[in-house]
Design a protein around this ligand. Structure first.
Ligand code: TA6
Length: 314
């Protein structure tokens, strides 16, 4: 990295919204907006963008940013009285200048710490005091890590419960050529069928229409294979038992103002989540949910790549 460019820099983004850019020595980078604590870019060492952000998204509060990694907290989707996916994604976060020590060795990685705490106004919508700390880190190999630490700071002794998701939008070459491995034979709730419970078939998941499923108690590792780009995304998660798979396809795409009609062909959401069993915290207790994303080159022609090797590999 050229000496003059800092590893972590504050910059002005779209519409003057503040963002932090994290640079990793070998060339990978990530961008996080203070608006929503929202990662909007993750690039590999070749400068290739790995996340999808809609060309129609407005970057205009209070509208959430369409793409990247929205944070769904304290409510996933409409599973509660709050707005869809809760409010964390349309709040202004602050840089956490004094984060509590981190257990893992992520201090060695380029990172930024953000924090969200409720205002008096917020407490009227969700009557709980909390501290939501988010660390966004880039590993030497360009892996992107998000660690959320949510603490109940209620002084009235009250516990609170929440559901959560890292609503990651992966950039893919052609959705009809993408396979998801690691969710075979699992139970899921189908959002298109009133969250009725079904069991997934035994093969990799492929896409030929709208998909909106909450997979329950999944393995900690899921692979997304983009054959055309010879790229495999490996999603590792901790403290997040469930995974949501979403592609709106053509009709829903047309119905979303902040989403291009054909953009469904180039994105797939695979979301590390805690939905089926809401997390409950007593005052003083803290929950941790970690997401680690890697993009590995994969030469998938005539069955050379064994996805199981990706899933069982180190
Ligand atoms: O995570 C899948 C999902 O819950 C879908 O049902 C769809 O609504 C999507 O999220 C986008 O939600 P949003 O509130 O961002 O429009």
């Amino acid at each position: 990295m050229s000496s003059e460019r800092a590893a972590v820099e504050l910059a002005k983004g779209v519409n003057g919204l503040e963002k932090i850019i994290i640079h990793e020595t070998r060339g990978s980078s990530a961008e996080v907006y203070l608006y929503g604590g929202h990662v909007t870019s993750w690039k590999n060492e070749h400068g290739e963008e790995l996340l999808f952000v809609s060309s129609k998204t407005l970057f205009k509060p209070p509208k959430p940013i369409r793409g990247g990694i929205p944070l769904c907290f304290p409510q996933f989707s409409n599973l509660g009285p709050l707005e869809s996916h809760g409010f964390a994604r349309n709040k202004f976060w602050s840089i956490d200048t004094d984060p509590p020590a981190f257990p893992t060795n992520s201090s060695s990685k380029e990172h930024i710490d953000l924090i969200l705490k409720p205002s008096e106004e917020d407490m009227k919508i969700w009557p709980h005091s909390y501290e939501f700390r988010l660390r966004v880190a880039l590993g030497p190999g360009g892996d992107l890590m998000l660690t959320s630490r949510i603490r109940n700071t209620n002084s009235d002794g009250k516990p609170f419960s929440f559901t959560f998701a890292y609503h990651t939008y992966f950039s893919v070459s052609d959705i009809s050529e993408v396979r998801v491995e690691g969710l075979e034979t699992l139970d899921y709730l189908d959002n298109q069928k009133n969250r009725e419970r079904f069991t997934e078939q035994g093969d990799a998941i492929t896409f030929e229409g709208e998909v909106d499923k909450i997979y329950l108690s999944t393995p900690t590792k899921i692979a997304i294979l983009d054959h055309e780009r010879k790229r495999t995304f490996v999603l590792r998660k901790d403290g997040l038992p469930d995974a949501v798979v979403w592609n709106p396809w053509d009709k829903k795409a047309k119905a979303m103002a902040d989403f291009g009609d054909d953009e469904y062909k180039h994105m797939l959401c695979v979301e590390a989540a805690a939905i089926e069993k809401p997390i409950t915290l007593k005052p003083g207790e803290e929950w941790r949910g970690r997401l680690e994303l890697s993009a590995v080159p994969s030469s998938y022609c005539s069955g050379q790549l064994d996805p199981q090797r990706v899933l069982q590999g180190s």
